[in-house]
Design a protein. Structure first.
Length: 291
C-alpha cells in the first residue's frame, strides 16, 4: 500500500532531513567555533570588541577603558572585568583569544602564544580603510562577522554625512595635543580632518606623522581653528598647560578655539563616528562666525 500523499517516502524524508542539517550547519559550526573567553589588552581594540562580541564572551578589557577622561566606553567598561595586562594575570582569566597591539602588548602576546593561548596582534591603523579592516578582522575573530559589517556601514554613513561638500572652502586647523603634539600627513587624524573639510596646518609647519609643534611657530602662523582637549580635573600637568598658554588666548581675534576631547585622539573603529561629528561641528562654527 503506497504511503499517504501527505507523508514523504523514507528516502525522500532522509533527503529533506539532510538538507535541513546542511542548512543549519554553517550557523551551528560558527557558534561552536566562537571564542568563549576573550581578553583585550588595548583600549582601541576594547572599543571594537564591545560592539561586536557578546557580553558573555568578554573575559576582560584593558584597564584604560575605565578612564572616564580617556575612553569613549568608560561607563560600559566599568561594568565588565578588566586586566592590567600582565602575562600572569591574563593566564588566570583562562582566555581562548587575546587581542593585543604590536606596540605595548607584543611581549605579553608572545609569551601567551608560547604556552598555547591564541593571541592576535594588531597594528595601529593610520587610514580609515585600515581602521575599517580592523573592525572586520576583530568581528571575524569573535565569530560575529555580520556585526562587523553593520558597524562598518554605520561608520561609513557617518563619514559621508559629515564630509565637506565639493567646492566648500577648507578651513585651516590644528588638533593640538598635550605636550604640543599634532598629527601630520600619513596619520588617521590627518585623513579625518581632510574628510571633514579641514586643511591640516601641520603640513605648513613641516610635520609628518605625530610630532611636536613649537608654540612659537603656532603663535607666529596660527590656523583659523585650534582644537584642543579639555584639561584633566585637578592640577594640570605641564603638557596640558601648553594647550592653555596665555599666548594662545591672545590669538582669539584670528584663531577660533574648539574642544576636541582627548578620548577621540587615538582610536579608530567606532570612535571615528564621534571624531567626524566633532570635526564637522568645529568647522561649521568657524564658517558661521565668519559669515
Amino acid at each position: 500500500m503506497p504511503p499517504p500523499l501527505t507523508e514523504h517516502p523514507p528516502h525522500r524524508r532522509a533527503v529533506l532531513t539532510g538538507a535541513a542539517i546542511l542548512a543549519l550547519a554553517p550557523t551551528q559550526v560558527l557558534a561552536a567555533a566562537r571564542p568563549r573567553r576573550i581578553v583585550s589588552l588595548n583600549p582601541c581594540l576594547d572599543v571594537i570588541l564591545i560592539r561586536v562580541a557578546d557580553r558573555s564572551q568578554i573575559a576582560a578589557l584593558s584597564r584604560y577603558s575605565r578612564d572616564r577622561y580617556g575612553s569613549t566606553i568608560a561607563d560600559e567598561a566599568r561594568s565588565l572585568p578588566f586586566t592590567r595586562g600582565t602575562t600572569e594575570e591574563v593566564l588566570t582569566l583562562s582566555p581562548d583569544l587575546v587581542l593585543a597591539d604590536r606596540w605595548g602588548g607584543d611581549r605579553v602576546a608572545s609569551a601567551l602564544a608560547r604556552v598555547g593561548v591564541r593571541a592576535e596582534r594588531f597594528d595601529v591603523p593610520e587610514t580609515v580603510a585600515a581602521s575599517l579592516a580592523q573592525v572586520r578582522q576583530v568581528a571575524g575573530l569573535v565569530g560575529h562577522p555580520e556585526r562587523g559589517e553593520a558597524l562598518i556601514r554605520s561608520i561609513q554613513t557617518t563619514l559621508s554625512q559629515t564630509a565637506a561638500r565639493p567646492g566648500d572652502r577648507p578651513v585651516s586647523a590644528l588638533v593640538f595635543m598635550p605636550g604640543g603634539f599634532a598629527s601630520g600627513a600619513g596619520t588617521l587624524m590627518d585623513e579625518m580632518m581632510r574628510r571633514a573639510g579641514l586643511e591640516n596646518a601641520a603640513a605648513r609647519y613641516g610635520l609628518s606623522g605625530s610630532m611636536s609643534v613649537p608654540l612659537e611657530r603656532l603663535i607666529a602662523d596660527p590656523p583659523e581653528l585650534l582644537l584642543t582637549g579639555a584639561p584633566y580635573p585637578g592640577s594640570p600637568s605641564w603638557s596640558e598647560r601648553t594647550m592653555e598658554h596665555p599666548a594662545l588666548a591672545r590669538l582669539s581675534p584670528r584663531m577660533r578655539r574648539a574642544v576636541f576631547p582627548e578620548r577621540l585622539l587615538f582610536c579608530g573603529g567606532p570612535v571615528l563616528m564621534q571624531s567626524a561629528r566633532t570635526l564637522a561641528a568645529a568647522r561649521r562654527s568657524v564658517l558661521e562666525a565668519r559669515a
